[in-house]
Design a protein around this ligand. Structure first.
Ligand code: AMP
Length: 215
């Protein structure tokens, strides 16, 4: 499958993407994960992105498009991909449209996951992430804590609160989403590609996508 997952931070895009990849071997492409990996590795990309990310601002479109142009041409994308956290702005969506046309790739659908704001706020404040950039497993202190406090079940690395998941950064990220990313819903509606799913649990989202794609 080839699809875009839209939705506010904390809507469950990453969880849904992971579940969908199991169905047909498509890969999850999370620009947030790629950028966090670059920050931890201390690469030029990471150095450039770090300040924006800490504040909860978007990194410049040109940086993101550079990453995505390369990533979409890697061989593992041939089976399909789920874009998680990209595009985030209208210029990114327009650039993606051009890029896909150039690469002769057609998207199946754009999924917009709609979750009430109170649920999002609660989830983000209680979310914890494995700091190993090759893992980045997600936990929740209330609903899904690691078996051993602060230690990742999957890889044994430390589980931490992301620097952009303080209350201040979260409200900034949500405001940025409403201002810069929510307009993509109208963009993809016009393109006739939008599937809106109002659901708090990931299983419901996955089932709606499966039904839409006839899986
Ligand atoms: P995420 O894990 O998707 O919430 O992304 C974490 C942070 O990475 C965001 O708050 C942005 O600073 C940056 N980021 C991720 N994806 C993008 C994107 N497509 N465009 C701009 N910035 C991004």
């Amino acid at each position: 499958m080839k699809l875009i997952l839209l939705g506010a931070p904390g809507a469950g895009k990453g969880t849904v993407a992971k579940l969908l990849t199991r169905l047909d071997g498509s890969v999850q492409i999370s620009t947030g994960d790629i950028l966090r990996g670059a920050v931890q590795a201390g690469s030029d990309l990471g150095k450039e992105a770090e300040g924006y990310m800490k504040r909860g601002d978007l990194v410049p479109d040109s940086l993101i498009m550079g990453i995505m142009e390369k990533r979409l041409q890697e061989p593992d994308c041939e089976k399909g991909f789920l874009l998680d956290g990209f595009p985030r702005t209208i210029p990114q969506a327009e650039a993606l449209k051009e890029l896909l046309a150039k690469l002769d790739i057609t998207l199946d659908v754009v999924v917009d996951i709609e979750v009430p704001r109170e649920v999002i706020l609660d989830r983000l404040c209680t979310r914890r992430t494995c700091e190993n950039t090759d893992c980045q497993a997600i936990y929740n202190v209330k609903s899904n804590p690691p078996k051993k406090e602060g230690i990742c079940d999957k890889c044994g690395a430390k589980v931490v609160q992301r620097e952009d998941e303080t209350e201040e950064a979260i409200s900034h990220r949500l405001a940025t989403y409403n201002e810069k990313t929510a307009p993509l819903i109208g963009f993809y509606k016009k393109e006739g590609m939008l599937l809106v799913i109002e659901a708090v649990d990931s299983e419901t989202v996955v089932n709606a996508v499966k039904e839409k794609l006839g899986l």
